[in-house]
Each structure stands twice: as structure tokens, then as C-alpha cells.
Design a protein around this ligand. Structure first.
Ligand code: PHB
Length: 393
């Protein structure tokens, strides 16, 4: 009698403590190795820093991050990791992903398992149409390169487009060309380069021979952009009067010191610069340096993940830790943050894509260091232009 009472009490206590120590599991897939393997840690660090700052607001709910390396643009691996996280680890959410092909491959997993998927980088416009369980807190390449094309058409007559041959490159080429030609400019060539190790010298020599007023480049953020920059100046394209422009991926904040002075004067359009002087950004950069070291700088991958962590934390608070998939998606669709480090942002309930400002920036020296200085706001609440154009069709 006594024993069974104790057993019953123990069982009750166990259930009660389990309920109070509820855990939300996030299957976090990003690139820690392979092409752009340097970007994954920016994503993870941003999520961990946001969670650290906000864990006390979660009413005892714990967040567990199950991190996995997709090894770069590798859709089969990403799909397999997502399946394991969903089936074996029973994650409540999927999140992360630098590369478009990986996000595309994970879409059916999110749909079949009804697991909400927070995309923190991958930027090809079509991705979010592939599953109703996706929300994107990063960007689309249309959001940066369409306004870039509009702006460039007022400054230059001819442009040469050079992009990596995969989803976000194709989007950059399409968006830039459409806007540039609508504005009266002429795109003299559209060239696609392999994603891995393009022979820059050969491609850039052809650009030099074509003598365009500007060269628009998209390549994945990171070391590839530094290699491009060096070849651009070694071959004298800058001296030949060709202006290098592109989405902010080609002058990502953490690579600027490696690029050196050849990057000075490069003009880009993007939603995030670590050099932005908004108070919310200053606080973000300061917290980053305090946590990870004075020489460390967040970048646009970090801000996509920072706001991705914010949307997750806010959903946990609103739903008291019970992340029913459909209620979570409903919450995500109406989420807003007037005070992100990049400025005011919101999720478009129709497309589950982010609405955000886009800035024209120029690489300049600030306090002796290269920085993406925001010189003009090209739009305050830019929706993915590709989806807006689809609606009109
Ligand atoms: C993507 O694969 O969608 C991607 C990768 C790197 C970037 C931007 C987009 O810098």
C-alpha cells in the first residue's frame, strides 16, 4: 500500500517536472565544411547569442539546438539529415541552411512531417513556394538585385552580368537584367560560371574586352568573392573604368579585411551591413564582439539567423512552448519586428517571405577599416519582387 502510494507520487512528480521542463528541439542544418563552410558558424553563433539573451523569457521552456553539417551545396545530404532529425530526433522545427539546393531538397520533408522550417539564408525566390511549412527570415536575391538594376539603369548604359550557375545566380541575372533594361540600359552579356573554383582570370578578361560600363556579379558570399576582387584589380578592370556592382554577397562584412583596398568604391545593394549606425545594429554588433571577440564581425548570414531565432523565441512565448505546426505557421505569418538590426521587418502572410529595407552601400574606409557604408535607402519595405511579378501574370 505504502509502496504503491510512493510509486504513484513519484510518477506524478515526474510528469509535473517533465511538463515544466518542456523542451523545443530545433534541427539546425547548415554548412560547416565544403564550399563556404565558414558561413555555418555565423548562423549558429547568431542563434546561440539570441537564445542566451532571451532564454529567461521562455517560462522554463528549454530550447535544444541539434546541429548538423550539410557539407556545402549538397541536397541529398541535407534531405537525409532533415529526415533523420524529424523521424529519429523528433524535432519540433527545422532551421538554418545556407544553400538553395539544400533548402529545396528539404521542402518535402517539412511538408510530409508538418515540421515548420525557418530558412535563415538560402535566397532563391521560388524556395518558399515549395512547402507551406516554410518561412524565410533572410532575403531573396530578387530583393537586392532588382532595385540594383533600377538604380544602375540611371547611372550606366551597358552592363555585363556574371553569376554562379545555380538558383540564386539565375535569380540575380534575371532580376538585374529585367530592371536594368526596363530602365533603358542594355545587358551586353549574361555569363554563368561554375559554382566551385571558377577560372576568374579567363572570365574577367572577356569582360574587359567587352568594355561594359558596369559588371554585375553574384557569387556566394565569402572567399570566392575575395578571389574575384583580386583578379578584377590584377587584370585592371577598375583602371579600364568598369564599375563593379552586385548584391551585398560580393562584399560580405567579414571578408572586407581579406579583400583589401581593391574593394574600395564597390557598390552593392543589400539589407544588412555591420557598419549600419541604427541603434539596434550597434547593440547587435557590440553584443557579438563581447561574446565572440573584438575582432569578430557579424554579417548578413548572422542577421538572418538572429531574426530567425527571434521569430522562434516569439512563437515559443506566444504558444507557451506547444509548437503545434499549424498554429506555429499562423504565428510566423503575422510576425513583425520594427527594430531588427537591419531596420523594420515583417513576414508577408501571403508568401511567408520577409519584407525588409534595401540599402545602396559603398565600400569605404571608416576608422581605417573597410566598411559597407549605407549611402541611400532604395526601399523601406521591399517584398520579394519575383512573387509580386508572378501575381500580375
Ligand atoms: C543560396 O544558395 O541561396 C545562397 C548562397 C550564398 C549566398 C546567397 C544565397 O551568398
Amino acid at each position: 500500500m505504502r509502496l504503491s502510494k510512493i510509486a504513484a507520487f513519484t510518477a506524478f512528480a515526474l510528469t509535473a517536472s517533465l511538463a515544466s521542463a518542456q523542451t523545443v528541439k530545433i534541427g539546425f542544418i547548415t554548412s560547416y565544411s565544403g564550399l563556404n563552410g565558414n558561413l555555418g558558424p555565423y548562423m549558429e553563433r547568431a542563434v546561440r547569442l539570441y537564445l542566451k539573451q532571451h532564454e529567461k523569457e521562455l517560462g522554463g521552456v528549454k530550447v535544444e539546438l541539434l546541429t548538423r553539417d550539410d557539407t556545402g551545396p549538397n541536397p541529398d545530404k541535407a534531405r537525409q539529415l532533415a529526415q533523420e532529425l524529424v523521424v529519429r530526433d523528433k524535432v519540433n522545427l527545422l532551421a538554418g541552411v545556407i544553400f538553395t539546393p539544400n533548402a529545396m531538397a528539404m521542402a518535402p520533408v517539412a511538408t510530409e512531417a508538418k515540421v515548420p522550417f525557418v530558412i535563415m539564408n538560402a535566397g532563391t525566390a521560388v524556395i518558399t513556394t515549395r512547402s507551406p511549412y516554410m518561412v524565410r527570415t533572410s532575403f531573396t536575391l530578387w530583393q537586392s538585385t532588382y532595385p540594383l538594376g533600377q538604380w544602375a539603369s540611371k547611372k550606366f548604359k551597358t552592363a555585363y552580368s556574371l553569376v554562379s550557375d545555380f538558383g540564386p545566380g539565375h535569380d540575380s541575372e534575371d532580376a538585374f537584367s529585367k530592371a536594368f533594361e526596363e530602365g533603358g540600359g542594355k545587358v551586353v552579356a549574361k555569363v554563368r560560371v561554375p559554382l566551385q573554383n571558377p577560372d576568374w582570370a579567363a572570365y574577367l578578361q572577356r569582360v574587359k574586352d567587352a568594355k561594359p560600363d558596369c559588371l554585375m556579379v553574384f557569387i556566394p558570399a565569402g572567399k570566392t568573392a575575395t578571389a574575384l576582387m583580386k583578379n578584377f584589380s590584377d587584370l585592371g578592370l577598375d583602371k579600364a573604368g568598369i564599375k563593379l556592382i552586385g548584391p551585398g554577397d560580393i562584399t560580405t562584412d567579414e571578408e572586407l579585411p581579406n579583400m583589401g583596398d581593391v574593394a574600395l568604391g564597390v557598390l552593392t545593394v543589400h539589407h544588412y551591413s555591420a557598419a549600419a549606425t541604427r541603434p539596434a545594429n550597434k547593440a547587435f554588433v557590440e553584443a557579438w564582439k563581447k561574446e565572440y571577440g573584438q575582432n569578430e564581425t557579424p554579417n548578413f548570414v548572422a542577421v538572418g539567423a538572429w531574426d530567425g531565432a527571434a521569430i522562434i523565441v516569439d512563437a515559443i512565448k506566444a504558444l507557451k512552448g506547444n509548437l503545434d505546426p499549424d498554429k506555429t505557421m499562423e504565428f510566423f505569418k503575422h510576425w513583425k519586428n520594427p527594430n531588427s538590426p537591419r531596420g523594420p521587418i515583417a513576414i508577408d502572410p501571403e508568401t511567408r517571405d520577409i519584407i525588409q529595407p534595401e540599402y545602396l552601400r559603398e565600400v569605404k574606409k571608416v576608422g581605417g577599416q573597410l566598411a559597407n557604408v549605407e549611402i541611400e535607402t532604395l526601399g523601406t519595405a521591399v517584398k520579394d519582387p519575383w512573387k509580386e511579378l508572378q501575381k500580375k501574370k
